[in-house]
Design a protein around this ligand. Structure first.
Ligand code: LLP
Length: 470
């Protein structure tokens, strides 16, 4: 296709149809902001009792601002909702998926709040162990675990290793033998569910790298091998269908298929599988298009599904676990940026687009570029009486795809030095951050009761240069 001289964005200076014209451009839209976020009397936004102006002054920008109460409230809400809904069945527990965002403080909160922790690399495991997270409440994932990762997990006594391939069964068995212990394993099953989400974050359709497929009997064969292995205990089956999912339909199909395998194992191998993990993937609100369910609605919906299907298959209901990451971490955090260049770009005819450049970009939030995600933002350091206008918020990287917020209304007088906040950046933003263009990664600070606490400090030029030892 021939590129238009104005680029792919030609002529699109109007708001996309999903973006409502704001009655007041200064309003904090319900559901988008963490629970302690509000506007103070002078018009600035504050979170955790700390104004964004103070954060900018003391910490600098860009910065990830994590509302500690919000994070912990969501973690407990998931824990309680699932425990409650599954109490009449065989119980349920929740593992926080650390890939969304993990640091020592978060691991400690999760531990104190009684959740388990899902880690998927040696690095995430190291953070958990250093924070003193109890091994038995850790689940180790990964489609290509190294021998060292498996060994370290077994030495730490992790509660479960989620095995992802046939040859990994032999690896874990061999390492457990070498260490003279038994390894508790779950088998990750690919259910063939086509989750309605971005292709890169759907994980249960057939043509992708994760899990043991139900088709061709691979998953059944895996169960047989684990049961025959001398140093393995089969804890249960695992399924994760994808991420940023809003309806329970995919979970229904996945649960049904996994439970069919449980029944097959009972009938053909005379073995009862007592635990099931249905993964994470619960969607969050990034903008007004999204309408996430509450933890209570999700929990009771899925409990109903599991109960009904077990009844139909005449199975005892297994103990069920879940692994939400985004839905706990995402809404807890906003990224605070300072505006630099504001450019009104003519697109030909009456069309134009205002580009608002901020001091971060795709190195601290690659989700817009990678998944075509639609974020929102707000002028957070002050209020403005000016008319709203549609802008595009872009970063400072040497790439035209370096877009943070594709379309949003900001007041027409947005200018250099203004503070802009992008909400719901707590999941898969810091954890996917890079040093592209040798830009140091921002800090993550926790705010609570008027106090600022640095969880991860800002990277410095010395950090970057220190790696360069050639
Ligand atoms: N459990 C397993 C086995 C997973 O693979 C994942 C996510 C989760 C739980 C947590 O899913 P959540 O509740 O956070 O949706 N970088 C992408 C998301 C990748 C998700 C990978 N696995 C993004 O930014 O959208």
């Amino acid at each position: 296709m021939r590129a238009h001289e104005a680029g792919a964005l030609h002529g699109n200076d109007a708001a996309p149809t999903w973006l409502p014209y704001p009655s007041d451009v200064n309003t904090l839209i319900d559901g988008l902001w963490s629970r302690t976020t509000r506007r103070t009397e002078d018009g600035a936004v504050e979170v955790g009792g700390v104004s964004v102006a103070r954060i900018a002054e003391e910490v600098g920008t860009p910065a990830f601002v994590l509302d500690e109460d919000d994070f912990r409230h969501r973690a407990r809400a998931f824990r309680d909702a699932f425990a409650e809904a599954f109490r009449p069945l065989a119980g349920a527990d929740v593992y926080y998926a650390g890939k969304a965002f993990l640091c020592g403080a978060v691991a400690r909160w999760v531990e104190e709040d009684g959740l388990g922790l899902d880690v998927c690399t040696g690095g995430e495991l190291a953070v958990a162990l250093r924070a003193g997270f109890p091994g038995e409440r850790i689940a180790l994932h990964g489609n290509n675990k190294s021998l060292a990762e498996i060994r370290r997990a077994l030495e730490a006594g992790v509660g479960r290793i989620v095995v992802d391939s046939l040859d990994e069964i032999d690896l874990v068995d061999a390492i457990a033998a070498e260490l003279g212990l038994r390894a508790a394993v779950m088998l990750r099953v690919t259910t063939g569910v086509e989750a309605h989400t971005h292709e890169f974050i759907a994980t249960a359709h057939e043509d992708q790298k994760f899990g043991l497929s139900l088709t061709g009997n691979t998953a059944f064969e895996a169960v047989r091998r684990v049961l025959a292995a001398e140093h393995l205990d089969l804890v249960g089956l695992h399924s994760h269908i994808g991420s940023q999912i809003f309806d329970t339909g995919g979970f229904e199909v996945a649960a049904r298929r996994v439970l069919d395998l449980v029944a097959q194992v009972r009938d053909q191998l005379d073995h009862t599988i007592t635990q099931l993990d249905l993964g994470g993937g619960f969607g969050v609100m990034y903008n007004t298009q999204h309408t996430p369910s509450t933890p209570e609605a999700l929990a009771s919906g899925i409990a109903g599904i599991v109960e009904k299907q077990c009844h139909e298959l005449e199975l005892e209901v297994p103990h069920v676990s879940f692994e939400p990451g985004r839905a706990i971490a995402g809404p807890s955090t906003q990224t605070l940026y300072t505006v630099g260049t504001v450019k009104d770009v003519r697109l030909g005819g009456p069309h134009h687009r205002v580009y608002v450049s901020v001091d971060g970009g795709m190195s601290d939030n690659v989700r817009t570029a990678l998944y075509d995600a639609d974020y929102s933002c707000l002028l957070s350091g002050r209020v403005s009486e000016q008319q709203p206008e549609v802008v595009r918020v872009v970063g400072k990287h040497c790439e035209s795809g370096d877009i943070v917020v594709k379309d949003e209304y900001l007041p027409a007088d947005v200018r250099r030095g203004d503070l802009v906040s992008v909400p719901v950046t707590g999941a898969y933003c810091y954890s996917l951050a890079s040093n592209y263009n040798h830009v140091p990664r921002p800090p993550v600070i926790a705010v609570k009761d008027g106090e600022i606490r640095t969880l991860i400090r800002r990277e410095t030029e010395e950090d970057l240069l220190g790696l360069d030892v050639g």
